[in-house]
Design a protein. Structure first.
Length: 449
């Protein structure tokens, strides 16, 4: 391993060389006789770890040099040396960026080595913390919201991302579950590895298993001649995100549980198991705990998945964030469409804030895009708000009715939207913020064609 580089700045050559001899066993020591020579080194040596500078030098003094050096290289550790070691000078030096302060002559050489090592280590930790804070801020900018509900999401992501724990993200469709999964991955130690996402509801039975675990040649009709690695192997060294985990069948649940327990994958049609290094993040818009009680989801798998539980809230539960979300989407879509839309008036914003948003943030984003694309420019008005949103608000209040169960309410809402779009399940799924397959499954449960 190459030695860390340090710069010793002192107008007295014997002092510079004496320190260099002491430190040269562990560090590559560069030397400068004054501030100007020192700054040339600071600006030209990108991986310089530390500068040791005398305070009293002809021309520019050491305190001023530290200011300039820190401005040029904020991660550079700095130690000041002086024969005039007053408390006031030490305080001034530390305020101006010095990491430590020593008095001359230096008689304790072990202490010098210790202070140099500590200054480099501290500067490195501060740089790492700053980098992580910047990265965290960047990742969480993919979310929008300052409500208590969203702050809880941010707090959980901050805590779990650096770990390797399995995370179960629960929340309604369109509430940002995949955004949360990607943030967890990008803020983890696996960030340089792959992020593989699979929507489980898009596949059934053996096809889902082949996507997850892969297969060998000739396993089934249409299988590739050379076989294929599955999502687990593709996620080796990174994160596997399984969306709509509640839609997988019992046989796949058993195979998934075994992989989580053994950290090994067996491709379909293969006798050999392959070790895999992955982190699993799963998501669902269904109540898995209820499914466990009903017997449609394995209890042991549920507890394997639910190590860390992260809940993404429905938009109706943090309506105070709607204005922020609308502002963000307006800027995004206005820029994409020539920048003609400059804002939204109060009545249109009130209409958006009063709507129930069954499709959550995804539905709001689609609505704002539609408004921007169809607008003639300027500020969006009530005339630009999609008619289905206005109709939802302008319905006359019905007479009080007996309390309705959640299942009945869900059934009525889905059938109502289906009727409004002429039975088009794809369009209904988009409005409701759920998958087309979910609508088909619900209709089967209700005995409808």
């Amino acid at each position: 391993m190459s030695k860390r580089k340090i710069l010793i700045v002192d107008d007295e050559r014997p002092t510079r060389e004496a320190m260099a001899r002491v430190l040269s066993d562990k560090y590559e020591c560069l030397q400068a006789a004054d501030a100007e020579q020192a700054m040339k080194t600071v600006e030209s040596v990108a991986d310089l770890a530390l500068m040791i500078s005398d305070v009293r030098m002809p021309g520019e003094d050491g305190v001023s040099l530290v200011k300039r050096a820190k401005a040029a290289n904020p991660s550079l550790a700095c130690i000041l040396l002086t024969a005039y070691g007053t408390v006031d000078l030490a305080v001034e030096a530390m305020k101006d960026g010095a990491d430590d302060f020593l008095t001359k002559p230096i008689t304790d050489l072990d202490q010098l080595e210790l202070r140099v090592a500590n200054a480099i280590k501290t500067a490195g930790l501060e740089q790492e913390v700053a980098s992580l804070k910047e990265k965290l801020t960047g990742e969480l900018e993919s979310f929008t919201g300052k409500s208590p509900a969203m702050e809880r999401v941010y707090q959980t992501i901050r805590k779990v991302a650096p770990t390797n724990a399995t995370v179960l993200i629960e929340g309604p469709s369109g509430s940002g579950k995949e955004l949360a999964a990607r943030a967890i991955h990008n803020l983890s130690r696996r960030a340089k590895g792959p992020f593989i996402a699979l929507e489980c509801s898009a596949f059934e039975g053996e096809l889902l298993k082949s996507e997850l675990f892969g297969y060998v040649a000739g396993t089934f009709t249409g299988a590739l001649k050379e076989g294929k690695a599955g999502c687990f192997e593709a996620a080796d060294g990174g994160t596997l995100f399984l969306d709509e985990i509640g839609e997988i069948d019992m046989a796949t649940q058993i195979a998934l549980l075994r992989t989580l327990e053994t950290r090994k994958v067996r491709r379909l049609g293969d006798a050999m198991e392959r070790p895999v290094d992955f982190r699993l993040v799963a998501a669902t818009n269904r109540d898995l705990a209820k499914m466990v009680k009903e017997g449609s989801f394995r209890e042991d798998l549920y507890y394997r998945l639910n190590v860390i539980d992260l809940k993404t809230p429905a938009l109706k539960d943090h309506k105070e964030d709607i204005a922020l979300l609308v502002s963000r989407f307006l800027k995004e879509f206005s820029a994409q469409n020539g920048g003609a839309v400059t804002g939204i008036d109060a009545r249109a914003m009130k209409a958006l804030e009063d709507y129930s948003w069954p499709g959550n943030v995804r539905q709001l984003r689609n609505a704002v895009e539609k408004m921007v694309v169809l607008s003639s420019g300027g500020k969006l008005t009530l005339d630009d708000v999609p008619v289905e949103i206005l109709n939802d608000q302008n319905r006359p209040e019905a007479a009080p009715a007996p309390a309705q169960s959640l299942a009945d309410a869900e059934r009525d809402r889905i059938l109502e939207v289906l009727a409004s779009v002429g039975g088009n399940k794809t369009k209904a799924a988009e409005i409701l913020g759920i998958s087309r397959r979910t609508i088909l499954r619900k209709m089967t449960e209700w005995g409808l064609k």
